[in-house]
Design a binder for this molecule. Structure first.
Ligand SMILES: C[S@@+](CC[C@H](N)C(=O)[O-])C[C@H]1O[C@@H](n2cnc3c(N)ncnc32)[C@H](O)[C@@H]1O
Length: 420
């Protein structure tokens, strides 16, 4: 059994490492050396919940590490050989490893918001029901998805999994029925390709937004359309001035793109290819056994009406709410029939997911139960039963807290299935 050892230095010290390195006085040199010689893996400061600790342990196990948790519950001492470079690039819940700072810790510093999860372009558009990006990174590790492999999210929403896969060099296919999600996921992952074009036309577009529709470059046009959608959301939900919000969000989005390019260069990231398709998951046009892993979160039964929730943006994009509602799972139908349709639609969706997944690969589903007329409906168990019937094997069910002042739901589940 390895000796119990807690780390002497914390994240704050590592933050000062560069400054300390520059100011080369004797005591600082000592401190830098001490940080560098620090042994073991240290959990990031934002790791606070049991499910996060469980995922952190699982990601280490997936990399084949033997470890021992110290008495501080934040330091993991590793007693097996390790691929330091791989761990540095991949780990989600740790900020340092034997004095080496992980990529993730450096990536999350590039954040234009005050919310710890909203680094790089994750923050763009206040989409309700977003994944926790750190959790996605950990799940990709746990599922042992490697660079160059392909992950599918058939309910891609605001594109959280798309960006996390891209950062890890994992190829990604994202599906969503919502035209807003289609644009949003593309903008978060594609706009860095056209940053020069965006900067060139910014002044002209901000003074005359009418010209957005004439922008020839599709990626640059999408960037400004989404900046408008953020402004629509800001004015509809928070009563902000639309023009002011359009200007300030365009600038903030641009800063996030610069951040993305800077961190990509700094860490020498090889980005994964991202393909976003606007279609209905029930008609998934992908080849049988072509996908190396699935990470997704479907609508939680009828819990959230995605059409009503983003009505201001969908209307601004020129869509009829009534018409598009017909294809949204969990929104289709009325009264009690909604539940029946949801179960039928999700059975088809899970069948499609099973069909396209390669044998021996994993499918992670984040889902929660819904309360209807005071009664809890076990959407999670329905999902498990449906998947087992199709042929999936359930390898893990983990409870996850939903943290936030305004959340109605208290918990959800992370289910991991395997296609054997
Ligand atoms: C829980 S959200 C996904 C959120 C996402 N994980 C994120 O991080 O933003 C569920 C998504 O399912 C999409 N959806 C609903 N019906 C669909 C269908 N028939 N085909 C594909 N996507 C659908 C909704 O538009 C919504 O974006």
């Amino acid at each position: 059994m390895p000796k119990t050892q807690t780390n002497l230095f914390g994240e704050e010290d590592i933050e000062n490492l560069h400054t300390l390195n520059k100011e080369k006085n004797a005591s600082n040199i000592k401190k830098v050396e001490a940080i560098k010689s620090q042994k073991g893996l240290s959990l990031l400061r934002n790791v606070q919940f049991i499910y996060e600790l469980a995922l952190a342990k699982k990601e280490l196990i997936s990399f084949g590490l033997d470890f021992h948790i110290a008495n501080d519950f934040r330091t993991f001492e590793v007693s097996s050989p390790q691929d330091v470079n791989l761990l540095k690039r991949r780990l989600a819940y740790f900020w340092s490893m034997d004095g080496i700072i992980t990529d993730y810790y450096q990536i999350i510093k590039y954040n234009q918001t005050t919310s710890v999860n909203q680094y790089l372009t994750h923050w763009i558009y206040p989409y309700k029901g977003k994944f926790h990006p750190q959790m996605i990174r950990a799940l990709l590790n746990i599922m042992q998805v490697r660079e160059g492999e392909t992950i599918l999210d058939p309910f891609v929403g605001s594109g959280t999994a798309a960006l996390e896969c891209q950062l890890l060099g994992i190829n990604f296919i994202g599906i969503d029925i919502s035209p807003l999600c289609y644009l949003l996921s593309r903008v978060k992952t594609e706009s860095i390709d056209v940053i020069e074009e965006i900067e060139k036309i910014k002044k002209e577009i901000l003074s005359n937004p009418e010209k957005i529709k004439n922008i020839k470059n599709e990626k640059a046009r999408n960037f400004f359309i989404i900046a408008q959608m953020v402004a629509h959301s800001d004015s509809a939900r928070r009563g902000r001035n639309y023009t002011f919000s359009f200007h300030s969000n365009t600038e903030k989005m641009l800063k996030s793109l610069k951040d993305y390019i800077e961190v990509k260069n700094k860490l020498n990231l090889r980005l994964g290819k991202v393909d976003i398709v606007r279609t209905d998951v029930r008609n998934l046009d992908l080849q049988e056994e072509s996908i190396d892993g699935i990470v997704t979160s479907p609508p939680y039964s009828i819990a959230l009406n995605y059409v009503v929730n983003d009505s201001h943006s969908l209307q601004a994009l020129g869509y009829s709410l009534k018409k598009i509602s017909e294809d949204f799972i969990g929104v289709r139908g009325s009264g009690l029939n909604k539940f029946k349709l949801y179960d039928e639609d999700m059975a088809v969706a899970y069948e499609q997911m099973y069909r396209v997944l390669k044998k021996g690969k994993y499918c992670a589903v984040v889902i929660g139960n819904v309360t209807f007329q005071g009664e809890e409906i076990d959407t999670t168990q329905i999902a498990i039963d449906t998947c087992l019937k199709i042929g999936f094997k359930l390898v893990s069910k983990m409870e996850k807290i939903i943290y936030g002042l305004y959340n109605v739901m208290q918990k959800e589940y992370i289910l991991i299935f395997k296609k054997e």
